[in-house]
Design a protein around this ligand. Structure first.
Ligand SMILES: [Zn+2]
Length: 358
């Protein structure tokens, strides 16, 4: 028989369609097997391994959030700046709080320190980010697992910080079942420890607000009185600046964006150089060093006073702090776009620790 005849033949046609069906089935079966063996190549962890992973994740999170780390002030270790990480450093994120009163500013605190509960240090977090593999994977987790850490601020004005292993990487076959995630809501200090004065009296006292601090404008007959009238409120504070501090710190007045359209006026003066010059606040960041410098050329310290005049119906939008930022950090804050009011408040963040087996 010739080929032509076979195709024409009734049975022949049947045979060739059966053949086609078989080929399709075969391809399908090969596909299923290939898929199955792919799955078998991924390491499936046992129940015991998973529960030990859970233990590591929970204990590591507890340690990081409740301990300031070892040795004390590990975050100031000089080596960390150059990526040299001592084996002895076990990082912790907890804050040893300094109980600083409003208006007092200490570089180092001499007063009693206590660990703040559920509050983490932004400075320590950044130090961990810059040396993650050594500090976390090696020193804390003994290279037994892969891990990542992140904070997601609830305030959308503040950027999340992520570090460590990239579990989202699709080219990497880490099975989701081999990962444990711990999520805790905690407070993060960000740059709040640089605040010299938090002008939050309106917020604290509400309708009961009374100007509490001595204001030289009320006692000096040559100066305009700063007593509150029906339409606006005065907030007046005194603070001392040392010449040495001015060499080490940049002083800024930092306001929330909302302050710009409130019609708030301010006066900055030294007690020897009083001023009636009310200026409207229309900038979020005001550099104070040039002004402070004028009085500290010949004296070791000076008392300044700052006065705000806020329309009564806009006191809720008056959000302003006086900050002193170490000079060697100022450029970093500016380039990271962190010289913003929100970064000088303690903020709620979601702390996420992920731990997995590869
Ligand atoms: Zn005043």
């Amino acid at each position: 028989m010739k080929i032509k005849d076979i195709i024409k033949d009734q049975y022949g046609i049947l045979y060739s369609s059966e053949l086609l069906l078989s080929i399709i089935l075969l391809i399908f079966i090969i596909g299923v097997i290939a898929n199955l063996s792919d799955g078998l190549n991924e390491r499936m962890i046992s129940e015991e391994e998973f529960s030990s992973l859970e233990t590591i994740a929970i204990e590591s999170s507890d340690y990081l959030l409740n301990n300031p780390g070892n040795p004390e002030n590990w975050e100031d270790d000089e080596g960390l700046k150059n990526g040299i990480v001592s084996k002895n450093i076990i990082p912790g994120l907890a804050i040893k709080n300094k109980n600083v009163e409003n208006g007092e500013f200490f570089d180092e605190s001499a007063s009693d320190e206590m660990i703040m509960s559920n509050a983490i240090s932004y400075n320590k977090l950044i130090k961990i980010k810059n040396n993650y593999d050594s500090l976390v994977d090696s020193n804390l987790l003994n290279d037994s697992v892969i891990s990542s850490m992140a904070i997601y601020p609830l305030n959308s004005e503040i950027k999340p910080i992520e570090m460590g292993y990239d579990f989202e990487d699709k080219n990497d076959n880490v099975n989701d079942n081999n990962i444990v995630t711990v999520n805790r809501t905690v407070k993060c200090d960000f740059y709040s420890n640089f605040v010299v004065y938090n002008f939050n009296d309106f917020e604290l006292f509400g309708d009961d607000y009374n100007k509490d601090m001595f204001c030289n404008h009320d006692t000096n007959p040559y100066l305009t009185n700063h007593s509150n009238d029906g339409r606006s409120l005065w907030l007046c504070k005194n603070f001392r600046v040392y010449k040495e501090s001015l060499d080490e710190y940049n002083y800024y007045l930092i306001s929330d964006e909302s302050v710009k359209d409130t019609g708030t006026y301010w006066i900055l003066e030294s007690l020897n150089r009083t001023s009636e010059n009310k200026e409207i606040i229309n900038q979020e960041v005001i550099d104070l060093n040039p002004f402070l410098m004028e009085d500290l050329g010949n004296s070791s310290d000076e008392i300044y006073s700052i006065h705000f005049n806020v329309p009564k119906n806009r006191v809720g939008d008056f959000k302003t702090v006086l900050v002193a930022i170490p000079k060697n950090m100022t450029d970093v804050l500016i380039s990271n776009d962190e010289l913003n009011y929100d970064y000088f408040k303690v903020q709620d963040v979601n702390f996420i620790l992920k731990i997995g087996y590869k």
